[in-house]
Design a protein around this ligand. Sequence first.
Ligand code: TXA
Ligand code: MG
Length: 346
Amino acid sequence: METVIKKITADKNENARIFSLGGEIIKRGGLVVFPTETVYGLGANALDSGAAAKIYAAKGRPSDNPLIIHLSRVEDVEKYAYTNDTFNRLAAAFMPGPLTVVLEKRSCIPDTVTGGLDTVAVRIPGDESARALIEAAGVPIAAPSANISGRPSPTCAAHVIEDMTGRADMIVDGGDCDIGVESTIVKISPDGSMILLRPGGVTLEMLTAIGDVTLDKAITGKLSGGERPEAPGMKYRHYAPNTRVVMLDGQVSEIHDYLKQNSQREKAGVLVFSDEVPLFSDLDVTVISLGEHTAEAEAHSLFAKLREVDSYGCDVFYVKVPERTGIGLAVYNRMLKAAGHEIIKL
Ligand code: TXA
Ligand code: MG
């Protein structure tokens, strides 16, 4: 398959032509990779079962893992799902934005999109290019993250060009994604309370200001063999480089000492904030900087750094257990998956 790559620039007329071309491709059943404020998505017409099926093939994704449908306006949600009071309050506070809400679906959404569930996940991206593409398509766009299944979600054009060239009809290059981790997913219970299925840019603290929230066990815990998480995707191995990743629970000085002790028996790497890089200069380890010392910067760069890890030929990469507040909970959740839940307490 030939993949057309188009870059969003300051030229509004050219951008309009890009969205119109992308919209046409979606309408006729093709696949378009597009930027959002969280990660890049691999989009298809959510009302076309055959088009949605192509997404699973392109990603190599199990077909029981449902897709999020992306809309450009809150008013359209009611056409595809049954809304309720909690949804309305969430929408008023956080939409458009990095929030996905799981609602009871209407019959126009095919089973291919929902993996046979009677619910559908709905999101209105904050990114203007994403909304312009949805407008141009005139249909909801079903889109998972645009990575090959199992790899870290793509947060810049180079990642989607690497993963999706030859697999999608078009790639819209919108530069770097702002947030860098996928949207927060909330399911609304029949009593109106919220269940957090996946942490993201709309934080637990922000959701708690709207109402009661419980955390799905799959966010911070490891599910045992037969257990099924509420969000089917949370059960799959994710984000994991081929190199072993281990989380270290301790202070940076303790991490330094731990690496020093082990330096004879393993070729190690470490992911740290830029201000911590000099602390490791006396050791023979590969040091990757996560950027500025904030949870937001860590979220922004984590997936790109995880993609980089395998290029250093290390036996193991260490990363510090992050604070679990704010977007830190999302960073912690993605790291756990990359590390296969391997944490060493220092
Ligand atoms: O930020 C994002 O959400 C990105 C961008 C492209 O919008 N999309 C994304 O999609 O991360 P994906 O497919 O990689 O992750 C969607 C997650 C999966 O874990 C899936 O199991 C869950 O959402 N999900 C989808 N529909 C669901 C439903 N009806 N009930 C429960 N979980 C659902
Ligand atoms: Mg994904």
